[in-house]
Design a protein around this ligand. Structure first.
Ligand code: G3D
Ligand code: MG
Length: 204
């Protein structure tokens, strides 16, 4: 397995641009089987940091499935970083960030968090300013970025911020992951043993 391997789920209201951003960033590498099995997609992205360090990202994206509690557990468990996205032209999507943050803090308080304001190409329709987004992120202990999943502006830059924040903590989380995997057989090294049980639960 790659030395640096980060699981990063995407969360945020429907329509804010999660799928578009992942597609823009990853360039279409679907792992279709997982989509069919558990109703959640993840895509793999090989990133090279400015210092030459290689990182493999497993970016999880979901449709509406995350509203089911048991899927959420699989979705968030073992994640190293989480992207919270809103749409700068949709104030409700910004106001709902608090709900997503509360939920993640229950499941995975240690993951590094990045808030992204998306659709900045829609300049005339913007309702949430950069400063407002930035201040909110700061107040919640999150990193912040603004993007256009349409033009690609800010996308890689935002993801790099998150990766750089995870790196110093990575070794510890990786050890925890390996320890868990020695306890039970796993079908896939990317998944935790507990996830496998849920995988069967959902494929049945
Ligand atoms: P979701 O995965 O969060 O639900 P999607 O969001 O990626 O499906 O995007 C929802 C809609 O917003 C899509 O339009 C998509 O093209 C659009 N969109 C996503 N990101 C941007 C962006 O940065 N700029 C602009 N202008 N549009 C964006 P449709 O029309 O297909 O519903
Ligand atoms: Mg989507």
């Amino acid at each position: 397995m790659n030395a640096y391997f980060f699981k990063i789920p995407m969360v945020g209201d429907g329509g804010v641009g999660k799928t578009s951003l992942v597609t823009q960033y990853v360039n279409k590498k679907f792992v279709q089987d997982y989509k069919m099995t558990i109703g959640v997609d993840f895509q793999l992205k090989d990133e090279v940091l400015p210092n030459g360090q290689k990182v493999k990202l497993q970016i999880w994206d979901t449709g509406g499935q995350a509203r089911f509690t048991s899927i959420r557990t699989v979705y968030y468990r073992g994640s190293h970083g989480i992207v919270f996205m809103y749409d700068v032209t949709n104030r409700a999507s910004f106001q709902n960030l608090g709900r997503w943050l509360d939920e993640i803090n229950k499941h995975n308080p240690n993951a590094k968090k990045l808030i992204i304001g998306n659709k900045i190409d829609l300049v005339a329709r913007r309702l949430v300013s950069t400063t407002e987004g930035e201040n909110y992120a700061l107040s919640k202990g999150c990193l912040f970025g603004e993007t256009s999943a349409k033009t690609g502006e800010g996308v890689r830059e935002a993801m790099l911020k998150l990766i750089q924040a995870i790196l110093p903590y990575y070794d510890t989380s990786e050890r925890v992951m390996k320890k868990r995997q020695t306890n039970k057989r796993t079908v896939d090294p990317f998944l935790h043993s507990d996830d496998e049980e849920l995988l069967f639960e959902y494929s049945g």
